[in-house]
Design a protein around this ligand. Structure first.
Ligand SMILES: Nc1nc2c(c(=O)[nH]1)N[C@H]1C(S)=C(S)[C@@H](COP(=O)(O)OP(=O)(O)OC[C@H]3O[C@@H](n4cnc5c(=O)[nH]c(N)nc54)[C@H](O)[C@@H]3O)O[C@H]1N2
Ligand SMILES: Nc1nc2c(c(=O)[nH]1)N[C@H]1C(S)=C(S)[C@@H](COP(=O)(O)OP(=O)(O)OC[C@H]3O[C@@H](n4cnc5c(=O)[nH]c(N)nc54)[C@H](O)[C@@H]3O)O[C@H]1N2
Ligand SMILES: [Mo]
Length: 762
């Protein structure tokens, strides 16, 4: 008999077909018009070759504890132990570190996407646990949007997710859509907490059917679907700020700026307009000026400026643009452009960040108060901007800046990571490796033997989402799904909740941690909290038992407040939460900071590595480590979908045919990609969909370094051996992965193929 069991992943809802405890099929939810192709890899979550079957302790750590040789991480044998031994060891170490050095000495920021369920959400579980015992050093912001969220808070008064101009409103009203970055079903496949229906394609089709003009500004043509009919403007990476400023400068020079909006609704427009006119630096920001930086045509830029005023126009800026040095600037310059062009506050006009970057970004569903596991209150203040992890470990006691204030890095003795993979997500992995040897103890709670798990002292095996009960519900979710247990737990693996409960018992905080609830008790509570929140807003949802029985429930749609329209009509009555109550075009806060890398108005500044830089003679290519099409970051890299998109077992590197000819490489060859920070191998893919001088190596291939005569070489093609670990600016400290120059050559050596399925256990 085949059982049909409802579940949901980050890339969508599905029914698992189970026969005799084995998954024999995965069916997408029939109501999803565009299910993700990644669903096919779901059964690979249970692959015993990659799974951690029981707790392990690094041999040197088992013998010497915190006095062990920490450089042995990643190379020493991992010794299997039973759960009591592992949990006693972890609990004892937490007590020791907290008792001797205080809670700030524990880093439990534990960034990472883990699995979709809201209860077993690993980051929430460990934050809740550490809050029960006095706190931890955490992180603020995300790798996704570090620089962008910070600048948006200061110029718009929200984190940039709040702009209510939905993709539906755009599809219905916009006449000219300027897309900087991507607007692509590729990234819109996924949502933290699980998407419901994948609707981006349908909205784009409606926009196209209305005859809207779409301009795709991106180094790659496939950042929008072919059928969208977008014009492709192949910009040099990291130069969009110059384009957006140049367009604004042309509008101002043509006397077409919306002075009414600038005067009533913006603060500091005089200073910004002076910069555009060249009054402050002697350089008028013209189409020709922007053309020289971006590599785009000046006449086209000038014509686009006129069109942006004439039509109902919208600027869509991907999250990717701010994952770069000076990442604040493209968001700010795009917002300023929408203001100058007279578009903000009109339906289908304005600016949005990250449209399509994930499934529900700017979906037309409101920010439904979807429940989750409460973290509780954090008793201590210690934090870092998330992407400063290596910097923190390397520089205890040293100052760092964030949002205009100076703070001090804590002295971390214990790192506890659950549900994230820093050896995937962090930049400059060689630097991270140096930093990783600093803490006395590293605990990693994982489902599979990632590079991070292999470099832990104590490894705690978690069940996958398929082995436990949970509930979905992402930001702006349109549907919530029951995530029912599909198969029994693998070997000795335990759910994230069970593991943390085991630690809570050992630290005498069981009641505070569990509140007397078990797994299903918590799933029920999370649902009922969501239901209560939606009922308060006039919506209606069935009781829990009906939901669990049915397997899913629609989240009622609540009318969005047209906040920008209200603000435009009466800015005094509806002030923004900014320093002036208005849209900030010149920031007094930033003027006071006087950071050279984040000036008080949108400004073009050369990044340290880009196609216009002098370093280009040694490293001629701008590397973009975009999100992979066939997996979520590093998750399921071993799975059938991710593997099918590789080139001869290594991550595929896409380059332009002219570049390939010059380098003497062709489809299927192996390339050596290198710079001063690291080296990796990749499979060559040649495509005219990419701008010359740019190479794309999707992020997330499992780091697989080997030692060679020329130093360390990642044979799998992990882009983060090459990327730059610097803050986007002193203001945000955001991740700057997309600022990176490399050299590429043909590789004729005999390095082995990546062996992803090899356990770290001797
Ligand atoms: N070069 C470059 N680097 C980047 C980016 C880029 O664009 N370029 N993007 C950045 C961005 S935006 C992000 S969000 C980060 C993503 O970085 P991460 O979120 O760290 O990446 P994931 O691969 O999703 O890591 C999640 C980990 O959780 C584990 N896991 C899955 N389910 C469970 C579970 O139920 N329990 C536990 N305990 N563990 C589980 C998975 O095996 C995996 O190792 O990467 C960043 N890094
Ligand atoms: N399939 C899949 N989807 C995902 C993820 C995944 O791992 N897999 N990860 C999810 C996560 S956590 C996040 S945060 C989002 C990220 O969403 P994004 O940041 O939007 O995704 P990226 O793929 O990094 O970048 C999108 C495109 O931006 C373009 N780009 C990069 N730099 C520049 C630039 O300087 N100028 C211009 N004009 N274009 C540039 C690149 O061509 C790239 O294809 O994606 C989410 N969606
Ligand atoms: Mo992200």
């Amino acid at each position: 008999m085949v059982d049909r069991i409802q579940h949901c992943a980050h890339w969508g809802p599905f029914t698992a077909l189970v026969d005799g405890g084995r998954i024999v099929g995965i069916e997408p939810w029939p109501e999803d018009p565009a299910p993700s192709h990644m669903l096919a890899a779901i059964p690979d979550l249970l692959d015993p070759k990659v799974r951690i079957d029981r707790p392990y302790v690094r041999e040197g750590y088992l013998t010497h504890g915190r006095d062990s040789d920490r450089t042995g991480r990643g190379s020493e044998r991992m010794v299997p132990v039973d759960w009591d031994t592992a949990l006693d060891l972890v609990a004892g170490e937490i007590k020791r570190v907290v008792g001797t050095h205080g809670n700030d000495a524990v880093f439990a920021g534990s960034y990472g996407w883990t699995s979709a369920g809201r209860l077993h959400h690993a980051q929430s579980q460990i934050k809740r646990f550490f809050n029960c015992i006095g706190g931890y050093t955490g992180h603020v912001d995300t790798y996704s949007v570090g620089a962008g969220a910070v600048i948006a808070r200061h110029i718009l008064g929200n984190d940039g997710y709040g702009e209510p101009n939905s993709i539906k409103t755009i599809a219905e009203n916009t006449e000219l859509l300027l897309v900087c970055g991507a607007l692509s079903p590729r990234t819109a496949q996924v949502e933290s907490g699980g998407p419901g229906r994948h609707l981006l394609g349908e909205h784009l089709k409606r926009l196209k059917a209305r005859g809207a003009r779409i301009v795709l500004v991106s180094p790659r043509r496939d950042d929008m679907p072919d059928w969208s009919g977008a014009e492709w403007w192949p910009i040099a990476p990291n130069t969009d700020t110059a384009l957006l400023i140049g367009i604004a400068g042309e509008i101002v020079a043509a006397g077409q700026a919306d002075h009414d909006f600038l005067t009533r609704c913006c603060s500091g427009s005089d200073q910004y307009l002076a910069y555009l006119k060249g009054e402050t630096d002697g350089t008028p920001k013209t189409a020709e000026w922007a053309s020289a930086i971006t590599g785009l045509g000046a006449p086209e830029i000038r014509a686009l400026a006129a069109d942006m005023v004439r039509k109902r126009s919208f600027v869509s800026i991907s999250w990717s643009l701010q994952r770069a040095v000076h990442g604040e600037q493209p968001w700010w310059a795009g917002t300023a452009l929408a203001a100058i062009a007279g578009q903000l506050g009109h339906a289908g006009g304005g600016v949005a960040y990250g449209l399509g970057s994930v499934a529900n970004a700017n979906s037309h569903f409101p920010l439904a108060p979807i429940g989750g596991l409460s973290h509780g209150k954090k008793p201590n203040a210690s934090f870092i901007p998330v992407a400063r992890i290596a910097d923190m470990l390397l520089n205890p006691g040293q100052p760092f800046t964030y949002e205009g204030k100076t703070h001090t890095y804590p002295d971390i003795r214990l790192v506890y990571w659950a549900g994230g993979n820093p050896y995937h997500h962090h930049q400059d992995l060689a630097r991270l490796s140096t930093a990783w040897a600093k803490p006395e103890t590293i605990v990693v709670q994982e489902i599979v033997w990632t590079a991070t798990a292999k470099r832990a002292d104590i490894v705690l095996p978690a069940t996958t989402t398929l082995e436990r009960n949970d509930i979905s519900g992402g930001r702006r979710a349109d549907v919530i799904f029951a995530m029912k247990q599909v198969v029994p737990p693998l070997a000795d693996a335990r759910s994230d909740f069970d593991i943390m409960r085991g630690l809570a018992q050992r630290l005498d905080v069981t009641e505070a941690f569990t509140e007397g609830l078990d797994e299903m008790g918590w799933v029920r509570r999370i649902y009922e909290e969501t239901r209560a929140g939606i009922n308060v807003r006039g919506g209606d949802m069935p009781p829990f038992d009906t939901f669990w029985e049915t397997g899913n429930v629609e989240v009622p749609e609540v009318q969005l407040e047209p906040a920008m329209a209200r603000f435009r009509a009466d800015p005094e009555a509806h002030p923004l939460r900014t320093e002036s109550g208005k849209l900030v075009l010149y920031s007094q806060t930033l003027a006071a900071c006087a950071y050279p890398d984040c000036p008080p108005h949108p400004t073009w500044m050369e990044p340290p590595e880009w196609l216009g830089s002098v370093r280009r003679s040694d490293f001629p290519f701008h590397l973009l480590s975009a999100q992979p099409n066939g997996r979520l970051h590093s998750q399921l890299d071993w799975g059938r979908v991710s593997q099918s998109e590789k080139q001869a077992g290594r991550e595929a590197l896409t380059v332009n045919p002219d570049d390939a000819a010059r380098l003497g490489i062709k489809d299927g060859d192996t390339a050596l990609v290198r710079n001063g920070r690291g080296r990796c191998l990749a499979g060559v893919r040649v495509s005219s969909d990419i701008r010359p001088g740019v190479a794309i190596l999707p992020t997330g291939a499992w780091w697989n370094p080997i030692e060679t005569a020329d130093g360390s070489l990642c044979i799998a093609g992990n882009a983060n051996v090459l990327t730059l670990d610097v803050p986007a600016s002193a203001f945000s400290g955001g991740c700057a992965a997309h600022t990176c120059l490399v050299a590429i050559e043909r590789y004729d050596g005999n390095a082995p193929l990546p062996a992803i399925n090899v356990q770290a256990v001797a």
